[in-house]
Design a protein around this ligand. Structure first.
Ligand SMILES: Nc1ncnc2c1ncn2[C@@H]1O[C@H](COP(=O)(O)OP(=O)(O)O)[C@@H](O)[C@H]1O
Ligand SMILES: [Mg+2]
Length: 1045
């Protein structure tokens, strides 16, 4: 609410429309009062007046941006942001192209205002990587253009020396897409000359102060400004401006915009060339013909320039000091005088720089331009040089002021004239408000037949002697009676003495004051000629950028047609600009300069009053007060607001005008706020319009909610119905399936129960027909039959009766396996019994002996297997038959068990001697073969053991008791060919006689008792054993070795 009170503050109203009483003084006082309160912005309706504070105020913070974002124009304090916001919203929401016209004198704050508008729009438009890049490029175009196009003037330290119009283009969402910059008439005379206290363009100072030593060396520049004549050989001397920092900022900005390093270098090289051109000194001399001719005084600078641009110094020198003139179809080279030479040099420097500036603007445009094909809305921001009144005003001031005159004309046309005309056209009651229409001044300057510019062009093109005097005379004749034209001559004619009007001057009564122009230089500047030799020299350079700036230097394209004059070009571009501005919705920012000295917060009433007057602010307020803030055709108005009335929404059947009337009546808007024209509705105060807009917004929100509600309801309903249908189908299928399963199960159960019940019934019925135990009976019967059949089969298939035959048929059934085995062993035993029963007693005895031998030797002695095949004969000597053995036969009598030849081993020598051996049931007899007399007779009781080897030899040691007598000394060592039989029979005989068997040792090592003590016998397996038995070797007294194999 504080803001609204600020608008209504009686001492210093925020909107001058509310001023009461409305006079020049009250208006001035209000502005002054507000200025002292640091309220630099004031409205007249939707026009903003901005008074330059010359100090930074804390009103441009991000918080302020937020405060003004989507604000109500009339509910917040006047601010430039409010107008920017209003324009941006109108562009975005109402689809209307906008232009922001910033006018005011030089130093009034136009450039600052344009930057504030741009930064505000950038801050509130949407964000995103791509959008931010575009915004950044648009904003960064400022430092670059300011470096090359701004300079310090007496009025402004950062004065724009060119006009700038920037179209920022947006898409339908209000996002910036890019832009186009147009530049107008750079004040290029500043390159070669500027008054004391001012400076050349910033870039020169920035380059020298901020360029690194390496860069300066590369550009062949010296850091000291005082070295350069185009810089007036002065030091920069500008407090509060850091040229070096600005240079860095400018380089950064170029990078952001998209300049390549090579482009930047080329740009700076051309800049350096311009600066250095100023130092090319000329000196006069005389040619052989006696004509005065100029030449280069000192060639160092010229050489450096040529090195930079890749040109032969001779070419440039020739172009600077001479000129080719066409005389009767012949090209003649004429030399120039020193002033002519300097003129050419300066023209070259100015042309290079201004063309470079155009190139720069084009280069920026290629970076920021929008791709064709996109639909866009445009916001144009115009920051053009302000109205200028100097001590000495030349062609530039004339052009600048003409442009300002045109802008004022737009303002007048749009805010004063056209508005009033519209009221009358629409049949609205209206008391006309007087105002000054400056179209007469515009006409004075631009009229294509008799305007000042047309006259100037005529003079420039006229053959013959051309100078400014003839031009001025012409003007004096033409405008002798013009109210807004004065000169010494016209004043004289009117008998007015005016000492301030010099002879070579004319004066125009501009809307903003009287300005006296000195015609000197008008023709030259309008012609803006550059000697063809110079442009050709530039074209010949190898430097691509410089060369591209002088396309007319190409000898093949040389045309004799004169280029359009500067005035003509400017007029044309101003006309295009005006057309462009007319097509857009204007928003005004009128800047006021409060003092001449750039002092902070100093308000000079006289100065401001003058500006108030020429800006037509009072008239502006008057028209605004009497008029209507808003008008619109009935049809779009009804279309926009019809949702606010119950009768007009959603459709109105009658005429648009009736609809609007009904609607506004329903909204109860007071009648004095409204006027109904023939085709348009007029609304007096902006607050009413704002009220309407607010209601519309609320209503739109309601309608949107309604649409959303209906849509959501519909969506949920259809969704629900779909789900319900699906649910019914699913449950039907599921239930069917479950029921089918149940039925199947029940059916299966019923069948089972049925079969049990039937079985049970049948069994119960049939039970009486069966005997109990029939099953066992049947089974037993079957078993018996099977066994019977088995036994019968067996009897038929009995195996042979041979004892050696072990075969037996298998059991036909598993359960008969045990019985079958039993039968087999019975059969076997029976077979053996039968075999035994048919044996003779001798055979039986022999078999028993064999059995006994097997018990004694089987698997123990290697000789045993060999003995198996030999029958035990017992009697090998033939005692009964051989009469030699009569005696022995007598000894044996009937008790003979065995008679054989053995060899006895001599225990002392190991040698063997043959002996006859008789074994009877009681004794063992050894006899000499020849005598056949018993030599030793042993009772069987004397033998207590025997030892044999493991091998297949016949060695036997018989161990005798110590008590034994009978002719032996110690144990008997024998070798027998029938060892197995001998030992077996000895064992059997001992068993018979003493009931004790022979203690038989099968061993490799034993001891025998000899006559001289025990002898240890060792059995050794050796090849040395003879073929017919073991060999005994005596080893000392107590050891004997028996070699066997
Ligand atoms: N809104 C402002 N707040 C503070 N200082 C300002 C403001 N507008 C302008 N100035 C000061 O005035 C000087 C001149 O402003 P500028 O916009 O360059 O003038 P113009 O473009 O009208 O010639 C600026 O350099 C700045 O110091
Ligand atoms: Mg400016």
């Amino acid at each position: 609410m504080e803001a609204t009170t600020s608008l209504l503050d009686t001492a210093a109203v925020g909107d001058l429309v509310l001023l009461d009483p409305l006079t020049e003084e009250s208006l001035l006082r209000t502005l002054q009062e507000r200025f002292h309160r640091s309220d630099i912005y004031t409205y007249i309706g939707n026009v903003v007046i901005s008074v330059n504070p010359y100090r930074s105020l804390p009103i441009y913070t991000p918080e302020k941006v937020q405060e003004y974002h989507n604000c109500n124009f009339f509910a917040v304090k006047p601010h430039i942001y409010a107008i920017a916001d209003d324009a941006y919203r109108s562009l975005r929401d109402r689809d209307r192209d906008q232009c922001i016209l910033i006018t005011g004198e030089s130093g009034a704050g136009k450039t600052e205002a344009s930057k504030l508008v741009m930064s505000y729009v950038a801050a509130v438009s949407s964000k995103g990587e791509e959008v931010d890049k575009v915004k950044e490029q648009l904003l960064q175009s400022n430092p670059v253009l300011e470096a090359f196009g701004n300079a310090k003037t007496i009025r402004n330290d950062n004065s724009s020396r060119f006009g700038k119009y920037m179209d920022v283009e947006f898409d339908f969402k209000g996002e910036p897409l890019g832009g186009v910059i147009s530049n107008y008439l750079l004040e290029k005379s500043r390159i070669v000359r500027h008054v004391k206290g001012e400076r050349n363009f910033h870039i020169f100072y920035q380059l020298l102060a901020g360029g690194s030593a390496q860069l300066l060396q590369q550009l062949k520049l010296r850091q000291d400004c005082r070295h350069y004549s185009y810089l007036n050989r002065e030091s920069p001397n500008l407090p509060g401006m850091d040229d070096a920092a600005n240079f860095r900022a400018m380089q950064d900005a170029m990078r952001v915009i998209g300049f390549s390093p090579a482009e930047v270098t080329a740009l700076l090289e051309v800049t350096a060339v311009v600066l250095k051109l100023g130092n090319v000194e000329l000196s006069s001399g005389y040619q052989a013909s006696g004509m005065e001719a100029c030449s280069i005084a000192e060639s160092q600078e010229l050489r450096e320039i040529c090195e930079l641009i890749g040109l032969d110094p001779g070419t440039l020198e020739q172009a600077l000091c001479s000129r080719t003139v066409k005389a009767r179809d012949e090209m003649v080279l004429t030399t120039l005088t020193v002033p002519q030479g300097y003129y050419g040099r300066d023209a070259l420097a100015k042309n290079i720089y201004s063309r470079l500036f155009d190139w720069l603007v084009n280069r920026i445009n290629t970076s920021i331009q929008v791709k064709p094909g996109k639909q866009r809305k445009v916001m144009g921001v115009l920051d053009i040089y302000g109205f200028e009144i100097f001590q000495d005003n030349g062609f530039e001031q004339f052009i600048i002021n003409y442009c300002n005159e045109k802008l004022q004309q737009i303002f007048i046309l749009m805010t004063l004239k056209e508005e009033q005309e519209e009221y009358i056209r629409e049949g609205i009651q209206w008391t006309p408000v007087e105002f000054f229409d400056n179209s007469i001044i515009c006409d004075l300057i631009e009229n294509s037949k008799g305007g000042i510019l047309a006259m100037l062009d005529e003079e420039c093109l006229r053959p013959g002697v051309v100078n400014e005097d003839t031009f001025l005379t012409k003007l004096n004749q033409l405008f002798a009676t013009h109210k807004h034209y004065e000169s010494r001559e016209t004043q004289n004619a009117r008998h007015i003495m005016d000492a301030s009007l010099l002879p070579q001057c004319f004066r125009i009564h501009h809307y903003a004051g009287k300005v006296t122009y000195n015609v000197t230089g008008f023709i030259e500047k309008n012609n803006d000629l550059l000697f063809r030799d110079l442009s050709q020299a530039m074209w010949a350079a190898r430097h691509t950028l410089l060369r591209s700036l002088f396309p007319e230097g190409d000898p093949q394209k040389a045309s004799l047609k004169l280029p359009p004059t500067a005035g003509f070009q400017f007029k044309a571009s101003v006309a295009t600009l005006m057309k462009n501005l007319y097509s857009k919705n204007p928003n005004y920012i009128r800047c006021i300069k409060p003092n001449e000295t750039k002092t902070a917060m100093l308000f000079t009433p006289e100065l401001v009053l003058a500006q108030i007057r020429y800006l037509g602010l009072l008239e502006n307020v008057r028209v605004r007060r009497a008029g209507y803030a808003f008008r619109q055709l009935y049809s779009p108005f009804l279309e926009r607001y019809k949702m606010l009335g119950t009768r007009t929404w959603p459709r109105w059947a009658g005429s648009d005008r009736d609809g609007v009337e009904v609607l506004l009546a329903e909204l109860a808007i007071p009648l004095e706020e409204l006027a109904f024209g023939h085709t348009k509705i007029f609304i007096r105060s902006p607050s009413t319009l704002f009220d309407l807009e607010k209601r519309r917004q609320e209503r739109v929100a309601q309608l949107a909610t309604l649409i959303q509600k209906m849509f959501r309801g519909w969506r949920c309903r259809t969704q629900y119905q779909l789900m319900r249908k699906s649910q019914i189908i699913i449950s039907a299928w599921f239930r069917g399936h479950a029921q089918k399963n149940r039925y199947k199960q029940m059916k299966r159960s019923a069948l089972i129960i049925q079969t049990y019940a039937r079985g049970w019934k049948v069994r119960r019925a049939y039970r009486r027909f069966f005997r109990s135990g029939a099953r066992t009976c049947l089974a037993n019967f079957i078993y018996r039959r099977l066994v019977q059949r088995f036994l019968v089969e067996l009897r038929k298939n009995l195996p042979p009766l041979s004892v050696m035959d072990r075969t037996w048929p298998p059991a036909p059934y598993k359960f008969l396996n045990d019985a079958n085995q039993e039968l087999r062993s019975i059969f076997c035993r029976w077979k053996c019994k039968k075999y035994r029963e048919q044996l003779t007693p001798q055979r039986r005895a022999l078999l028993q002996a064999k059995l006994c031998a097997s018990e004694l030797f089987k698997d123990k002695k290697a000789l045993y297997p060999k003995s198996l095949a030999q029958p035990f004969c017992g009697e090998y000597l033939g005692l009964a038959q051989n009469p030699r053995y009569q005696k022995l036969h007598a000894v044996a009598k009937d008790n003979l068990v065995m008679a054989d030849t053995v060899r006895k081993v001599n225990k002392a020598s190991g040698k063997t001697v043959p002996r006859l051996l008789l074994l009877t049931t009681e004794r063992l007899v050894l006899a000499e073969p020849r005598a056949a007399q018993p030599k030793a007779t042993l009772s069987l009781g004397d033998i207590h053991g025997a030892s044999v080897t493991r091998f297949s030899d016949g060695f036997l040691a018989l161990h005798l008791r110590e008590t034994a007598t009978g002719g032996t000394k110690g144990d008997l060592l024998l070798v027998s060919d029938h060892l197995i039989e001998l030992v077996t029979r000895l064992h059997q005989a001992l068993l018979e006689a003493t009931a004790r068997g022979l203690a038989l040792h099968i061993t490799d090592r034993f001891s025998t008792r000899g006559p001289k003590g025990d002898v240890a016998v060792t059995v050794v397996e050796s090849d040395r054993a003879g073929g017919d038995g073991p060999v005994c070797k005596k080893r000392g007294n107590r050891r004997m070795e028996v070699l066997v194999h």
